[in-house]
Design a protein around this ligand. Structure first.
Ligand code: PLP
Length: 397
């Protein structure tokens, strides 16, 4: 198939399933159709808008229910949640943390905030998460078990944890990753920022290891404006991280006493109010996402040279961002497609620039990243907002 024809067919297929009247179709927009106004108003009326209030506690309880994580700690954003997760996993200055190169920059930044160094690992083609087989071989090759943990024999630094991202909402292959971490005594942490509602072998992601982080940024499946949460099954850890997120202040009616260098990371009540309303709409949002994914899958089937990126067989994905992959990895081809889509007002996006190519992480240790390089030259994320598949528009089709 000639590049010109592929581009034309791809644009036509995508355009055909998007609203005709829309001049530009953003990648992902928030949607407010439930109790958002009501809860935010209650918040303003009560005067409880900041980092204490009933909505924050309520949001945490509801989140814990939805994710089947016994404990949730709400934070100002997903990056702060990741930072707390890593502190909770015991990551310290001078450590290395295994992380994917194919991820959003926040994953690597959270590692750097701990004074630690990301050690980049390759992804799988199937679910885009860390490749457990490659990671096993790599840890065998570079790992040196010592009394206080696993060390990188080349750098002499301790490997403190493995942080896996559920890329675009598709769960990583969790069982082998958790088993590998257990075998090496490494805490396993999930960057589930994009994956609220996604399941691995029937179980919600975010709590398969010691800790997990969610994000409720404006472009995620559910938004609090800005926000995030730490998930864990460990009650003591949840309590400690909540303490750290509230400046490590000791409870007292008037004295300001703090017992650690804490953070101002608690989610404000007004944002949590929005979150409570958004969580009520989550089941509907997940259904809409699956319908949109199915529609993309069908529309893209006849287009030669591309494939719809479907959820891996072990998972039920939230299909946060629908994605198409070019069969051949070629960055000029990718650029041509993106340009053509944008010319039609379809605000598609490529994958992130992989972490090992960014200036601040260019010197970080890493394994061979062949699949990451290949996927970076092949992935195109397509508009995936929930309102694109409203019941009304569905009925009109
Ligand atoms: C959005 C996102 C984050 C960060 O969340 P914020 O709420 O924007 O701080 C972290 N990791 C991944 C993979 C993300 O997509």
């Amino acid at each position: 198939m000639s590049p010109a024809r592929l581009t034309v067919e791809l644009v036509a297929a995508v355009r055909a399933l998007l609203p005709r009247e829309a001049e530009t179709v953003p990648l992902h927009e928030p949607h407010f159709e439930g109790n958002e106004w009501r809860y935010v108003k209650q918040c303003l009326d009560s005067g409880w808008v900041s980092s204490a209030g009933a909505f924050v506690d309520d949001f945490e309880t509801r989140l814990a229910e939805v994710t089947e994580a016994p404990f949730a700690v709400a934070t100002v954003n997903g990056t702060a949640a990741l930072h707390l997760c890593l502190l909770g996993a015991g990551v310290a200055s001078g450590d290395e943390v295994i992380a994917p190169s194919l991820t959003f920059v926040a994953t690597a930044n959270a590692i750097a905030y701990c004074g630690a160094i990301p050690h980049f690992a390759d992804c799988e083609e199937r679910g885009l998460g860390l490749d457990p087989a490659k990671l096993a071989v790599h840890l065998e090759a570079i790992g040196e078990p010592r009394q206080d943990g696993l060390y990188n024999r080349h750098t002499g630094r301790r490997i403190a944890a493995v942080l896996a991202t559920h890329v675009l909402g598709h769960p990583s292959d969790l069982d082998p990753l958790v088993a590998l971490c257990d075998a090496h005594g490494l805490p396993f942490v999930e960057d589930a920022a994009e994956a609220l509602g996604s399941r691995y072998n029937g179980r919600h992601v975010g709590c398969h290891g010691r800790l997990g982080a969610l994000s409720f940024n404006g472009n995620k499946i559910l938004t609090t404006g800005g926000g995030g949460a730490v998930l864990t099954r460990d009650e003591a850890l949840a309590r400690r991280l909540k303490h750290l997120s509230t400046t490590a202040r000791l409870p007292h009616p008037w004295h300001y006493e703090h017992d650690a260098v804490g953070y101002n990371y608690r989610l404000p009540n007004i944002n949590a109010a929005l979150g409570c309303a958004q969580l009520e709409g989550l089941p509907r949002a997940l259904q809409a996402k699956r319908r949109l994914a199915e529609r993309y899958r069908r529309a893209l089937e006849p287009v030669e040279g591309v494939a719809f990126f479907a959820e891996p067989s072990y998972a039920e994905s939230n299909y946060w961002l629908n994605t198409v992959t070019l069969e051949v990895a070629a960055e000029e081809m990718l650029e041509t497609c993106l340009k053509a889509l944008h010319a039609e007002g379809i605000l598609a996006r490529p994958a992130w620039q992989p972490m090992h190519r960014l200036p601040m992480y260019a010197e970080a240790p890493r394994m061979a990243l062949d699949m990451t390089e290949s996927m970076t030259a092949r992935l195109i994320c397509l508009p995936s907002s929930v309102p694109l598949v409203d019941e009304e528009t569905d009925a009109a089709r």
